[in-house]
Ligand binder design. Sequence first.
Ligand code: FAD
Ligand code: ZN
Length: 464
Amino acid sequence: MESLLRAIEELVGPANVLRGDDVAARRVDWMSGAPCRAGAIVRPASTEELAAVMTKCHAAGQPVVTHGGLTGLVHGAEANTDELVISLERMTTIEALDPVGGTLTVQAGAPLQTVQECAAEAGMQFPLDLGARGSCTIGGNIATNAGGVRVIRYGMMREQVLGLEAVLADGTVVSSMNTMLKNNAGFDLKQLFIGSEGTLGIVTRAVLRLQPRQPVSHTALVACADFAALTGLLQHVRRTLGEQLGAFEVMWRSHYALLTEESGRHAPPLSSDYPFYALIESQGSEAAESAQRFEASIEAAFEAGLLSDAAVASSEQQRERLWAIREDIEGLLHHIAPRFAFDISLPLDEIESYVRDLEKAVAERWPDGRLLVFGHLGDGNLHVTVGTGRADAQTRRAVESLVYEPLAALGGSVSAEHGIGIEKRDYLHLSRSPEEIALMRTLKQALDPKGLLNRHKVLPDIAE
Ligand code: FAD
Ligand code: ZN
C-alpha cells in the first residue's frame, strides 16, 4: 500500500493523506465511537483529484471506503486495515444557487445544515431534515437516501436530487448534473447512486431541488387514547391541513415517559399516562391563514375524540422544547445501555399488533428487557430500541430475529431509512426477493467488477 500512498500524495498533496494516529482519531461509528482502522485517509479537493486517485486504486486493486459526516447508523463507514478511506471533507463548496429554477449545486461533502442555511438565505428551503443535520453531508444523505421528519410532505432524499456526479471504481467520472424536473432521455442514472450506500460509485457533486420557504409553523404535541385514535388523527390532519402538514411524529408511551418523567431530561408538556403521543406540525406562508387552519384542525380532532390532550406551542422557544423531546436520541442512548436500535417500516394497519407482539416477545425472553418505540408514523416507519441488559453477539441475533423475522410476512422492510450497511446485510432477503438481490449483484458487477467500493456492505457475501 505504501507505494500507492506515495503516488496518491503526489495527486492530493502529502497533508491530505492521513496515517497513524490521525486515522485512529476518526470515530466511524456514531453509536459506539469505534475508531477508524483504515490503512490511511485520503482527502481529495475536487472530482478531478478523486478520479485520479480512483484510477490509481483501480490499477492497484486497492479497496476503498467513502466517508461523509460519519453519522450513518449501520456501520457503512467501517474500514479494515487493508482499505483506504476516501473522505469528502474538503469537498464542501456551494457552487451555485439558481433562485428562478429553484436549484442548488453543491459538492457532496457539504453539510446538510449549511445547505439548509444557504437555501434559507435565498428565501427558499431545502426540505430534507434530520437530527444529524449539523454533521451529515449531502453525499451521505444521497448514498443512504435519507428520510427524516419532513418525508410526509416532501419525500425522501431521492425526491430532492435533480442531478448528480459520481466517480466510478475505475476513476470514470459520470456527470449527470441535470437541473430540470423533467428529463426522460434514457435511463435515469442518478438513481443508481441514490440509496446504494457507496457500493456503486462515489458521489462528488449534486444538483438539489429547492422548495418555497414556509416561514410560518404551528406545532402541537398531542396525546391519543388508543391506536385507532392515533391513525384516525393522522387521516384527519392529512385531510384538514392538506399540503400544510409538515410533520407527524409519534412516540409510544415508553419512549415519551423515559425522556420526560423517568429521566428528568425534559419537563413533560403532557402527562405520561397516555399510550401514544404525536408531534404535529403545519407549515405555511400566510400567518393568519395558517394559524386559523391549524387551530380549527386541532379543535375538530378534540371534538371527534381523536385526541385526549394537547400542548400547542405559542412561541418558537416552546416549539423547540417539543421537538427537543422527539429529537433527544442521545438521551435515549444514555438511559438504555447497552441497546439495539432498529429502523423498520411496515403497513400502517399492521403496526399496532406488531409492536404489541414484539413487546410480549421481549418481555418473555428478558423479564427486565425494555422496548421503546417512536417514529414517522405517516411513513410507516418505526424506530425501535430494545434494551436487554446485554450486548453479546448471541443476544443481538436473538433480538434481531424477534424484530426482523415477522416483517417479511407483513410486507415490511428491515430498513426504512438508515440503509443496510454491514448491520443488516444478513437480513436483506427478508425484504428483497432472490431476483431483486440477483439484479443488485449484476449492477454491482457491472459498475465495480473488482469489488473495490465499500466491500462487504449491503449485499451479503457469496459463500465460497
Ligand atoms: P456517512 O455516515 O459518512 O456514510 C454513510 C454511508 O454512505 C456509508 O456507507 C458511506 O460509505 C456512504 N457515503 C457517504 N458519503 C458518500 C458519498 N459522497 N458517495 C458515496 N457514498 C457515500 N437517517 C435518516 O434517514 N433519517 C433520520 O431521521 C436520521 N436521523 C439521524 C439522527 C442522528 C442523531 C444520527 C446520528 C443519524 C441519523 N440518520 C438518519 C442516519 C443517516 O443515515 C445519516 O445521518 C446521514 O444520511 C448520513 O450522512 P453522512 O454524511 O454522515 O454519511
Ligand atoms: Zn428516522
